[in-house]
Design a protein around this ligand. Structure first.
Ligand SMILES: Cc1cc2nc3c(=O)[nH]c(=O)nc-3n(C[C@H](O)[C@H](O)[C@H](O)COP(=O)(O)OP(=O)(O)OC[C@H]3O[C@@H](n4cnc5c(N)ncnc54)[C@H](O)[C@@H]3O)c2cc1C
Length: 678
């Protein structure tokens, strides 16, 4: 560790073989595997050669998010239902725009990683003979899902962290990434490390600058949760998408964010048993008065309305293909319809759904067979939703209690929230990005297609960490030596960064909080689950204007610690442009409603005759999916010279390899390391 002074700043330099950014389930898993692979290669003290850098150890989606029983989707473990990696991959690719090799690798690695988590201590439930019990989630034809309860991903991160610590890996906490250091160009371009701001060390005169240099970089900083105002991502989950774009990484499928119903006071998904308990949904005015059973205007019978509420449990993400003819995603549209008129929507577990004058009172016998049979099998015909929920899943009630919300005593405010991005940065089948020696794993990697089964994000994060670690330990084990040239490049970038911070000290531009709020409002309004062509174009131009404004006028720093927020605002603004550019491009390519978003368009399909466009008074209509685009993955790459700052292109999904070798030749390929060159 060295601490030279650069541009009047004390800069602490660290050097590691591999630096992993992010301490969520994906990053922690990669660190564990990397130690294990390095040790298998005879490297002593492998832990000393690896560092994990995070903006906050207790932060991030894995540690802070969940649902009624947060799902881990893996290859089937049923003793009597066969499953295969190919069948698993077929499910992952079914919605289109998903690379077959990645899906197959996720299937092949699935059980290895699942058992790795079991060994690490994650309490996935078994029966008396040791079977890991499965259940069905959204987009899941088999019972591949399992859960360790509402906090599965938290348990994963914590159990893996214990292993990381046991291996002696240093975790650098409270380090917000401010810049990715790049060297070289063309095929020699590398991300040589990163600049962080140590939040504990920022003073009036010092930005707490740390530099982590590494031969290999693994980016596991999660999704850009802070992009959206109405969001169930945990607060403070910023990500580093803008920085990664500037460094030259290419992204895919950015249009495929997922949205769904979640509570807002305490950010948590209300999927699964929260909905299967069939609570009453009602809305109020902004002050909590004028209660209305807002769903009743759109349904003909209590049985249908209550069944749709139930189905939202495992048809959780908003899905434009489940709207027409009173399907379950109509509920999301109606909730959004209320909130957009300034009303608030609540789930009330104390009461059954309430109908209107023409509806019968709630009776479980009037539920459609799918809902009725499920509740019957679960023995959940108790008189009230809270009793049904307590019977099916008591931890789902406790988690709200832990956060000061008593579902026995009060209703729960909900909204249609941004929850996940299926897209992210492009990777090959070893999770290496378009820049050599830079790997992207977890939610930051864009390995999912248009649709994914609930729970497959966690599986993908584990598979990616395993694959990246294996490749690094077998192909990139050497240390890179820095030449004088690369040192000059790094120092020049540091000087530029510090000069920018100095300018911001006297800047009269927008405050960083205001800038972030502006980004969030725009993304929720124009890049959420309802999108419209002209609006998307306008939003993109506004997002570009914000970026240019920040570049020209800086961001006003009211106090020294604001530097972190200012850095975040700057790269989040660029990430916002990237997402909007992708949305505009997809619409211009003829993209219709798919995944978890709906494209509003005149002359399209009616959502419901009574869901009207406030401007025209006519029913809102949307464009159906353009299925030809399922074989066209939209890519986005930063280009300073491009009018919209980003270039868009398309690639076809890579197929899943079909060739299978006999044991002996495959063994030779393995011994000779050919598997890393195919
Ligand atoms: C409410 C909710 C419920 C979900 N339920 C499920 C589910 O049931 N099944 C499923 O498979 N998936 C689910 N997901 C998605 C899944 O939880 C995430 O995709 C996954 O946990 C992401 O893990 P990760 O390790 O990639 O990133 P994260 O866990 O988000 O970790 C990111 C890490 O990077 C750090 N970081 C972020 N920004 C910066 C920065 N600027 N500088 C430095 N460090 C930074 C963070 O502090 C953190 O350490 C859910 C998501 C939400 C929001």
């Amino acid at each position: 560790m060295q601490t030279p002074s650069i541009a009047n700043q004390d800069v602490t330099f660290h050097r590691y073989h591999t630096v992993i950014v992010g301490a969520g389930a994906a990053g922690m898993n990669c660190a564990v595997h990397l130690c294990e692979f390095m040790r298998a290669k005879g490297i002593e003290n492998a832990g000393d050669r690896i560092a994990v850098v995070t903006g906050g150890l207790p932060l991030g989606t894995s540690r802070m998010s969940g649902s009624d029983k947060q799902t881990y989707y893996k290859l089937g473990t049923s003793p009597d239902v066969p499953d295969s990696a190919e069948a698993f991959a077929r499910t992952l690719t079914a919605g289109g725009c998903c690379h077959g090799d990645l899906a197959l690798a996720e299937g092949i690695s699935s059980l290895r990683e699942f058992y790795h988590l079991v060994q690490a201590g994650v309490p996935f439930p078994t029966d008396a003979l040791g079977t890991f019990i499965g259940y069905k989630t959204d987009h899941d034809p088999a019972e591949r899902a399992t859960s360790a309860g509402p906090k599965t991903s938290k348990f994963m991160s914590e159990c893996l962290q214990r292993q990381v610590e046991a291996y002696g890996v240093t975790i650098f906490d409270r380090q917000d990434v401010a810049h990715l250091l790049t060297t070289g160009s063309g095929p020699d371009r590398r991300i040589a490390g990163m600049v962080t701001l140590d939040k504990a060390k920022i003073t009036e005169s010092n930005y707490g600058i740390n530099v982590f240099l590494a031969a290999n970089v693994v980016l596991a900083a999660g999704g850009p949760g802070a992009l959206y105002e109405t969001s169930v991502y945990p607060k403070g989950q910023i990500g580093i998408h803008g920085l990664a774009f500037k460094a030259g990484l290419v992204a895919e499928n950015l249009t495929e964010s997922q949205f769904g119903l979640a509570s807002t006071k305490f950010r948590w998904n209300v999927s699964g048993t929260y909905m299967q308990a069939v609570p009453r949904l009602f809305s109020t005015d902004a002050d909590g008065g004028d209660e209305r059973e807002f769903l009743t205007d759109f349904f003909d019978s209590m049985g249908k309305m209550a069944t749709d509420i139930f189905l939202k449990g495992y048809q959780w993400p908003f899905d434009p293909q489940r709207i027409e003819n009173h399907q379950s995603s109509l509920i999301d549209v109606l909730v959004f319809n209320e909130t957009r008129q300034g009303r608030r929507v609540f789930m009330d577990f104390r009461k059954n759904p309430v109908g209107n004058a023409t509806m019968k009172p709630f009776d479980p016998d009037d539920l459609e067979p799918e809902a009725h049979d499920y509740l019957q099998a679960a023995g959940a015909f108790q008189a009230t939703p809270i009793e049904r929920l307590a019977h099916m899943n008591p931890p789902a009630i406790e988690i709200y209690c832990e956060h000061g919300i008593d579902l026995y005593a009060e209703p729960l405010e909900i909204a249609v929230c941004a929850q996940h991005n299926n897209g992210g940065f492009a990777v090959n089948s070893w999770w290496e990005s378009n820049i050599r020696r830079t790997f992207v794993i977890g939610e930051m990697a864009g390995t999912h297609g248009v649709k994914r089964p609930g729970g497959s994000a966690l599986n993908a994060g584990q598979a990616g960490g395993l694959r990246a670690a294996e490749y690094i330990a077998n192909v990139y084990l050497d240390e890179l030596t820095e030449t004088a040239g690369t040192q000059d490049e790094i120092e020049a970038q540091l000087r530029q960064l510090i000069a920018k911070f100095e300018r911001w000290k006297t800047a009269a531009g927008a405050g960083p909080h205001e800038a972030i709020e502006q980004i969030q409002r725009r993304m929720t309004a124009s890049a959420g689950h309802l999108r419209e062509r002209h609006d998307a174009h306008r939003a993109l131009q506004e997002a570009l204007a914000l970026c240019e404004n920040i570049e020209r006028n800086g961001l006003e720093l009211k106090k020294p610690a604001s530097i972190v927020c200012a850095v975040q605002a700057e790269h989040l603004a660029l990430a916002g442009v990237a997402y909007l550019k992708a949305i505009v491009e997809l619409i211009e390519h003829g993209g219709g409603s798919r995944g978890s978003h709906l494209i509003l368009a005149p002359d399209g399909n009616e959502i419901h005759p009574d869901v009207v466009n406030a401007a025209t008074g006519k029913p809102l209509t949307f464009k159906a999916e353009n299925v030809t685009l399922r074989t066209s993955i939209l890519r986005i790459q930063y280009d300073d010279a491009a009018p919209d700052r980003f270039q868009a292109s398309t690639v076809e999904p890579r197929p899943a390899p079909k060739a299978r070798k006999a044991f002996e030749p495959a063994w030779r390929d393995y011994r000779e390391g050919k598997i890393y060159r195919q």
